[in-house]
Design a protein around this ligand. Structure first.
Ligand code: FE
Ligand code: ZN
Ligand code: FE
Length: 164
């Protein structure tokens, strides 16, 4: 499919998001398992539930558009997850690992936010306000997940990593 219209670009970005969320659904349980801090573990677990709902929203949009969400692999998310598993292998100290996991997870959230923001703008431009609204809901959740990670990093994890 040649991306020669805004509608096609929107479909492409949605497929990218669908793949990104699907990969994240597999990765988040591993992050929750590797994290030491209970607050961080529960942040990863609750974002897993949220991520499943986000993927359902994308499925809902595709159903309405009568397209399949499959057929594209998000290489950006693949790379971010690969870097995260390298970090898990390289870092031994648990507090330092928690800090590193937060940094990895925040990269993921920012990456998702960039795509949700663009896709929402395209949907709005195309007059598809239902889609724009669904994308905004997920965008808000990604923002909240990012802020929660910042709070965790500030309140204890980075501090403990610094003193240990
Ligand atoms: Fe997400
Ligand atoms: Zn991507
Ligand atoms: Fe996310």
């Amino acid at each position: 499919m040649k991306t020669d219209s805004l509608k096609k670009l929107l479909v492409h970005e949605l497929k990218d998001l669908y793949s990104a969320e699907t990969q994240l659904i597999e990765a988040l349980p591993v992050l929750a398992d590797k994290a030491t801090d209970e607050g961080l573990k529960s942040a990863f677990r609750s974002h897993l539930d949220e991520t499943k709902r986000q993927r359902s929203r994308i499925e809902k949009i595709f159903k309405k558009m009568d397209f399949s969400p499959r057929g594209h692999r998000c290489k950006g998310m693949e790379g971010l997850i690969k870097e995260t598993s390298d970090v898990v292998q390289d870092v031994d100290d648990p507090d330092v690992l928690d800090a590193a996991l937060i940094a990895c997870a925040q990269r993921v959230e920012h990456y998702e936010m960039a795509t949700y923001g663009s896709a929402r703008a395209y949907a709005e431009k195309l007059g598809d306000y239902d889609t724009a609204d669904l994308l905004q809901q997920s965008l808000d959740e990604e923002g909240a997940a990012d802020r929660r990670l910042t709070t965790l990093a500030k309140r204890r994890i980075n501090f403990e990593a610094a003193v240990s």
